[in-house]
Design a protein around this ligand. Structure first.
Ligand SMILES: NC(=O)c1ccc[n+]([C@@H]2O[C@H](COP(=O)([O-])OP(=O)(O)OC[C@H]3O[C@@H](n4cnc5c(N)ncnc54)[C@H](O)[C@@H]3O)[C@@H](O)[C@H]2O)c1
Length: 488
């Protein structure tokens, strides 16, 4: 059964418009002038498609008829993104080097101990047993690769995009680029990075020409740690190349790993699509966070209002308030976009600035609400015992990177509270220094002057919480209603 998910197709993301993206003129990239005229070719149309399409009734015959012939794959960076890709690549039959310069991490992988929640020790052990997965901290292991995927960090350093990890990775891989190799960037970054930063470094280090001797593309990662419904394999993958041959090679590689790919006209669109996805989420969370702050003053239950609005079957998407945004994506990626806009055209991306402002303020707002909750019992923050449930930035995750919850804990401690926290997903050494680890027991709940629900892990016993706590401030609307429970 063949099917193209396009403009009138059944794509759940309804993104068939990417098939019609206008090609743009050839940019000059250092010594390399790329020919983008292929994008006008009737043989290369873009859109979402699945593996089982028949070339006969598919305008993308050209791409579909070229499965990946790669055998050795390098995944540079074995973190939240890179390790799951490496596991999948081993599963479908590639020889995979998981290049990881962090020696501690590399050693753990060699010993079969996973530090990424979505990859169990069993899955890692199975990959090692095939003898086709080689975790390594030695760059020489990358020699002879057919495809290299770069999944290194892209943090903000002093408020600006820090592409040093990509630069370093490109420099390290460049000497191993051969004629016919494919290099794909997956790290989240601003539009232009692949063509303006990655390509020149690879060309300089290899002495070869991208688009003529080897292929380069960008494919944003959409992995959602902990999500059992939408996995790496069944989430459509946006793919791109700097030219036709690159697009073909990149697409062929990902078609061997995932159920559906979405080929777009070039890396800039693919890079922008990732930032758009995360900025959309960031801005909408800021909207409901600000609404939550005003709704309380207006005497309106914002959660009930959101539930009611969510019954609209079209034109509305549900976002819920919380103690702020966290992880390495939402607090970071929109700023990559606003930085690029500012740097390139001098304009302020006001939506991003406003969303940053609101979301960054949430830990302070929750601290204010906690003080008000204690006040109801004629208690001061100073000297009160606060029990925080959940430190991770999202439900059922142990990821505390840029989590707003430690910020809240620090605020309360600075005001003189004794702060304790329970998070079975987070190791004690990752707790903020202001906060002591505790267990979710009746005694701990009773001892606390205030229990603050910051992360609504499924493993928490909510009946125990509501039944034992003196007073609860629930920022996630998870605890059953009671007189002593108040919501954000
Ligand atoms: N984690 C997610 O949910 C997610 C989702 C989508 C996109 N992303 C993006 O993917 C990229 C990677 O994120 P992550 O969460 O996997 O980060 P991570 O920190 O978990 O993993 C990155 C790994 O790269 C390694 N590394 C550093 N320098 C290297 C080099 N020169 N060569 C090879 N490896 C190197 C680090 O030691 C680390 O283990 C980032 O750009 C991030 O924004 C992450």
């Amino acid at each position: 059964m063949s099917k193209v998910h396009g403009r009138d197709g059944i794509s759940v993301f309804d993104n068939g418009r990417s098939r019609l993206a206008d090609p743009r003129s050839a940019p000059r990239l250092g010594k390399c002038v790329l020919d983008y005229s292929w994008r006008n070719s009737p043989d290369v149309q873009r859109g979402t498609r699945t593996h089982d399409e028949s070339p006969a009734d598919d305008a993308m015959t050209d791409l579909n008829s070229r499965p990946s012939t790669a055998s050795k794959v390098v995944i540079a960076g074995q973190g939240y993104v890179g390790l799951p890709i490496a596991m999948r690549a081993v599963e479908v039959g590639y020889d995979v080097v998981g290049y990881e310069p962090d020696l501690t991490r590399a050693k753990r992988l060699v010993s079969g101990s996973s530090y990424v929640e979505d990859v169990s020790d069993d899955v890692l052990a199975a990959a090692l047993d095939t003898r086709r997965y080689e975790p390594s901290d030695a760059i020489e292991s990358c020699e002879g690769f057919d495809v290299a995927v770069i999944t290194v960090p892209t943090p903000l350093t002093e408020g600006a995009p820090d592409l040093s990890y990509i630069e370093r990775s490109a420099r390290e891989l460049a000497p191993y680029v051969r004629p016919g190799s494919t290099v794909i960037l997956e790290s989240t970054t601003y539009p232009g990075t692949t063509e303006e930063l990655l390509v020149p470094i690879l060309e300089e280090g290899s002495g070869l020409t991208a688009g003529r001797d080897f292929w380069v593309g960008y494919s944003p990662e959409r992995i959602d740690p902990g999500n059992r419904t939408w996995t790496f394999q069944n989430t459509p993958k946006v793919v791109s190349g700097i030219d036709e041959r690159s697009a073909v090679a990149v697409d062929a590689f990902y078609r061997s790993l995932v159920d559906a790919t979405v080929v777009v006209s070039g890396p800039k669109v693919a890079e922008m699509s990732k930032l758009l996805e995360n900025t959309f989420r960031h801005v909408n969370i800021a909207l409901v966070n600000e609404l939550a702050m005003f709704a309380g003053e207006l005497g309106v239950d914002v959660w009930e209002a959101i539930d009611a609005a969510s019954t609209k079957p079209f034109g509305f998407m549900t976002f819920t308030p919380g103690p702020g945004v966290g992880g390495h994506c939402l607090p970071v990626d929109p700023s990559y976009l606003s930085w690029r806009v500012k740097q390139t055209i001098g304009a302020t991306f006001r939506f991003v600035e406003l969303a940053n402002d609101i979301n960054d303020h949430m830990p302070d707002y929750v601290a204010q609400r906690a003080a008000m909750a204690l006040n109801r019992d004629a208690k001061a923050v100073n000297g009160s015992r606060i029990l925080v449930l959940g430190l991770a930035y999202k439900r059922n995750s142990g990821d505390v990177r840029v989590s707003p919850v430690p910020v809240f804990c620090d605020r309360m401690a600075a005001l003189g509270a004794d702060v304790y926290a329970v998070d079975p997903h987070v190791a004690a050494e990752q707790f903020p220094s202001s906060t002591a680890p505790a267990a979710l027991t009746q005694a701990e709940l009773r001892a606390a002057d205030l229990v603050v629900v910051a992360t609504d892990h499924d493993g928490f016993d909510w009946d125990l919480v509501v039944g034992s706590a003196q007073r609860v401030l629930d920022t996630r609307h998870r605890v059953p209603p009671a007189d002593h429970v108040e919501y954000l």
